[in-house]
Design a protein around this ligand. Structure first.
Ligand code: DLL
Length: 449
């Protein structure tokens, strides 16, 4: 299965050009064939889906066109939790074909568990290998995987990508940052895979250790995802490490990293449409929205054997970017995730996502990319404190400068987001660094609020 040699065309690299640049009508035919098979499998092997389809009055044979997908009911995170641990598996867990389990732990409720056959793992590896090519990597690359290994899909997903690409893999996992830096330098790593927060911490640590990674290190590409990254943060990472960064998206329930990924044009994330159908849903009416409109992202898997999903509601918010990409890929692009339907804050009636704070803060040279939103309750009202951190060059001892900065941040927030929050300016390095996903929102509100 691993004979998909990557190809260099101009400066654009592809891992599976025959798919990535597939004619749209051929891709549609491929999707339909795979969709029919997936619905059949779900109906035959998963009692949950048999019941759901029966209740909706749908038989697998009713799926005759891609548009028929909308007849199928949604699957929610709660459905997956209720199915804990294996009730949504199409292949029994003790079957020899099931090779691995991953699970995502919500902070509340049961974990969602997914199984992978070897084919599922190979498909996953292929989609991540596309990302390696997209950032300029090849079979000659040395790939440093600094996502956590374990039940989290980041580490092993990137690892499988390295295997499919035939790159050399440095399986660091996250943590031990000085060692990450030392090996990155000494071994001549060219591709880094981790979260954006961790990439920034690695860069800052390298600089603290007296290196200038942008000049002195061989690292040239970074495949970063698992959390939102503002344009300002991207530029900071690219500058400090001297890399091109692509944003990679995915979620454990659907597969892991590689569901979509930017190409080097950084203008949206190409969805692996040969393996997933993407829909954007109006969160109020639950009707699919046209290209260009923002809404909740919904995925149907097309080739998963162990844990197929029909119309899974991710709660992530994005849109399909209309038009073609300069890279030549025909796979449609989704926009960067702006937030999740469940992380929206309502501040005195105004809806805001944490990522919107991040965008506003990025315009301040005095601030680092680190910030925290602290929610407390003051009587019946939510109180929001935004904690930001100054760069080391900022003269923190001068109280008037801090007050001035606070005022300007407040004014920007007010004019961009129409919210007023309490801004606290903190000293350099006082906000906790993250080796995985950064914890941006700290909710200290009383229960029942
Ligand atoms: O975060 C899978 C992953 C690993 C993706 C490594 C990319 C790289 P979960 O832990 O299940 O899986 O979290 C999934 O993280 O629903 C989004 O809300 C968020 N997320 C993932 N990628 C991005 C991204 C992995 N590129 C949840 N930008 C998703 C913004 C992201 N948010």
């Amino acid at each position: 299965m691993s004979n998909h040699a990557h190809r260099v065309e101009g400066t654009e690299r592809y891992f599976q050009p025959e798919i990535e640049k597939m004619d749209r009508s051929a891709l549609g035919a491929l999707q339909l064939e795979r969709l029919k098979k997936t619905v059949e499998d779900c109906y035959a092997n998963i009692p949950f889906y048999q019941k759901a389809l029966d209740e909706a009055g749908i038989k697998p044979t009713d799926i005759q066109t891609l548009a028929d997908l909308t007849k199928i009911p949604f699957t929610t995170k709660q459905d997956m939790r209720d199915a804990y641990p294996f009730d949504l598996f199409a292949v029994p867990v003790d079957d020899e074909r099931v090779q691995r389990l991953h699970a995502s732990s919500g902070t509340t409720g049961n974990a969602t568990v997914c199984g992978y056959t070897q084919r599922d793992i190979d498909v996953w590896g292929d989609t991540f290998a596309r990302a390696i090519a997209q950032v300029g990597g090849s079979e000659h690359s040395l790939l440093q995987v600094a996502y956590g290994y374990g039940l989290f899909t980041g580490g092993l997903g990137a690892h499988e990508g390295g295997i499919r690409m035939h790159s050399t893999i440095l399986p660091m996992s996250s943590g031990n940052t000085r060692r990450q830096v030392q090996m990155m330098k000494d071994f001549g790593v060219d591709i880094l895979a981790c979260t954006p927060s961790y990439a920034l911490l690695i860069a800052d640590t390298a600089i603290e250790m007296g290196y200038n990674p942008a000049e002195d290190f061989k690292v040239s590409g970074a495949i970063l995802g698992a959390e939102p990254c503002s344009e300002g943060m991207r530029l900071e990472i690219e500058e400090k490490l001297g890399v091109k960064m692509v944003d990679i998206y995915g979620l454990s329930e659907v597969m892991g990293p590689g569901v979509s990924c930017e190409c080097r044009h950084q203008s949206g994330l190409h969805v692996a449409e040969d393996h997933f159908i993407i829909e954007i849903l109006d969160p109020d009416t639950l009707e699919p929205l046209p290209d260009g409109a923002w809404g909740e992202v919904v995925f149907t898997t097309l080739s998963k054997e162990c844990s197929p999903l029909l119309r899974y509601r991710t709660r992530d918010i994005s849109r399909i970017i209309p038009g073609d990409c300069a890279c030549g890929r025909t796979l449609r692009r989704m926009d960067r995730i702006t937030g999740r339907t469940d992380d929206m804050l309502i501040i005195r009636g105004v809806n805001v996502f944490p990522s919107q704070f991040q965008e506003v803060l990025a315009s301040f040279d005095e601030l680092t990319s680190y910030y925290q939103i602290i929610l407390t309750s003051k009587g019946p009202l939510d109180h929001v404190t935004l904690k930001v951190e100054t760069v080391p060059e900022f003269d923190f001892d001068e109280i008037r400068r801090i007050e001035g900065l606070q005022k300007r941040i407040n004014a920007e927030l007010k004019s961009n987001l129409q919210v007023s929050v309490e801004v606290t300016v903190a000293e350099p390095k006082s906000i906790e660094r993250s080796e995985g996903k950064a914890k941006r929102v700290i909710d200290l509100r009383e229960k029942g609020n």
